[in-house]
Design a binder for this molecule. Structure first.
Ligand SMILES: NC(=O)c1ccc[n+]([C@@H]2O[C@H](COP(=O)([O-])OP(=O)(O)OC[C@H]3O[C@@H](n4cnc5c(N)ncnc54)[C@H](O)[C@@H]3O)[C@@H](O)[C@H]2O)c1
Length: 427
């Protein structure tokens, strides 16, 4: 269903409102792949569980996020949105949300750090009662610079691993002052979004930017968490030779038994032709590793922040000899060799492609929408700590997704139910 034009344009800062029509077409295309969110939106439109709730969202401004925002608005919320990364904004989507759906959006693709924070502050200025973060920047800003607003906030939700890690650190420090639901912890989020969504879209971003052949190429992947596992399996499926770099012995063993080589970052530096980071950590590849890499090596990052490659060191080594060689690819001339960096070292799947496919964001954002409803109903019972998504929501998202895909499951027979709860029988 196409939007009906808003009566009044909300306050906003986007690149070009003339892109709105293209944005609507792409938002509607994504919607077709998001049946769970659509069902929730239809119910929200009737029940209005978020009536009057002010939601401040700091999320990647993509077609999928647009469908989440529409769902929240259908539930009665007043949503204002800023970007959660300077490079992930799709300008047509930002324009469509403002001009066609009446949502206040503050996001311009390629904005600098000052504009990024001005946009975040514009969202905070609307005095949200619920924060919705992807990376914890809004929660962090409010806690550090706007402590008086904390009392106005019922709770927050957090989308990604890095954000959850930051929140848990805040809670451990006694610094977290309102409850936050860690949407990333839902099984129907990280098992699918982080693994299959990032796996596929990371390959997509690297290919759109570089158009390289993956078959037969040495690809070193740092981090074998949910994201790293997804990238490794997809790269391997494309015929690449995959090596994993890990610091956790269990994850390293898992990578080995999944059929990949395991190397130190130093060993990988000379072996690899394509390097991808997905650790959520800083400076995984550093000066000595850049020095050891072969001519023409390509680097990309799929972790949340652009801190996984030591880019200041790389820039220093290139002594200003940096040029854009293709859209989203910078070449660093180190004298005896040239190294390439995709999407400025920011999340490559969002910087150089469109992020996760909508079918997977359907589940992540269903968790967001249902968590917002949960906060609206239960905020009085919550304490200032990090909560998982309630199991009932996780199960409901899986049930709705299977139903939407037309997949029916068996029930255990009465005999089987009795068998699995009986402890007396043996061999
Ligand atoms: N690009 C995207 O769209 C997207 C989607 C989901 C998550 N993320 C981000 O990706 C990152 C990883 O997420 P995840 O869910 O896989 O996390 P995770 O915690 O499951 O995995 C991270 C892995 O990195 C390993 N690691 C940490 N430091 C390391 C180092 N110095 N060298 C090698 N390995 C190291 C850890 O041992 C762990 O196994 C986070 O920053 C997360 O926010 C990005």
């Amino acid at each position: 269903m196409s939007p009906s034009k808003p009566a009044r344009m909300p306050a906003h800062d986007v690149t070009d409102l003339a892109l709105a029509a293209e944005g609507v077409r792409r938002i509607e295309w994504a919607e077709r792949e998001m049946p769970v969110l659509r069902l929730i939106r239809e119910r929200f439109a009737v029940e209005r569980p978020l009536e009057g709730l002010r939601i401040g969202a700091c999320l990647h401004v993509t077609t999928e996020t647009a469908n989440l925002v529409r769902t929240l608005a259908a539930g009665g919320a007043q949503v204002v949105l800023s970007a959660s990364n300077p490079l992930s904004t799709k300008d047509d989507v930002a324009a469509a949300l403002v001009a066609e759906y009446g949502i206040g959006v503050y996001a311009r693709r390629g904005e600098d750090r000052d504009v990024y924070y001005a946009h975040l502050n514009a969202v905070a200025d609307t005095h949200p009662q619920l924060t919705m973060d992807d990376g914890c920047d809004l929660v962090s800003l409010i806690h550090q610079e706007r402590p008086a607003q904390v009392a106005e906030i019922m709770a927050g939700t957090e989308e990604t691993t890095t954000g959850v890690i930051r929140l848990k650190a805040m809670a451990a420090d006694g610094a977290l002052r309102f409850p936050v639901i860690a949407v990333n912890e839902a099984l129907t989020k990280h098992l699918f979004d982080n693994r299959y969504g990032t796996g596929q879209s990371t390959v997509d971003g690297i290919l759109r930017a570089t158009n390289i052949l993956l078959a037969g190429r040495n690809v070193a992947i740092a981090g074998y968490g949910w994201v790293g596992r997804g990238i490794a399996s997809r790269m391997s499926g494309m015929g690449a030779h995959v090596a994993v770099i890990e610091v956790d012995p269990v994850r390293a063993l898992e990578a080995l038994m999944d059929g990949f080589q395991v190397m130190t970052v130093g060993q990988a530096a000379t072996w690899g032709e394509l390097f991808i980071t997905a650790t959520g950590n800083v400076n995984v590849f550093r000066r000595e590793h850049f020095a050891a890499m072969r001519d023409g090596a390509i680097m990309a990052n799929s972790g949340h922040f652009d801190a996984e490659l030591d880019l200041p060191a790389l820039r220093e080594m290139a002594e200003g000899h940096v040029r854009v060689v293709r859209d989203n690819v910078e070449e660093f001339d180190l004298g005896r060799k040239k190294l390439n960096l995709v999407a400025e070292g920011r999340l490559v799947n969002l910087g150089a492609a469109e992020g996760h496919p909508a079918a997977v964001m359907d589940m992540s954002f269903a968790n967001q929408a249902l968590s917002a409803e949960y906060v609206a109903r239960h905020h009085a019972e919550l304490e200032p700590k990090v909560y998982g998504v309630p199991d009932a929501i996780d199960a409901e998202v899986a049930r709705l997704k299977l139903a939407a895909l037309g997949i029916v499951l068996d029930d255990m027979t009465a005999e089987q139910k009795a068998y699995v709860t009986e402890w007396k029988h043996g061999t």
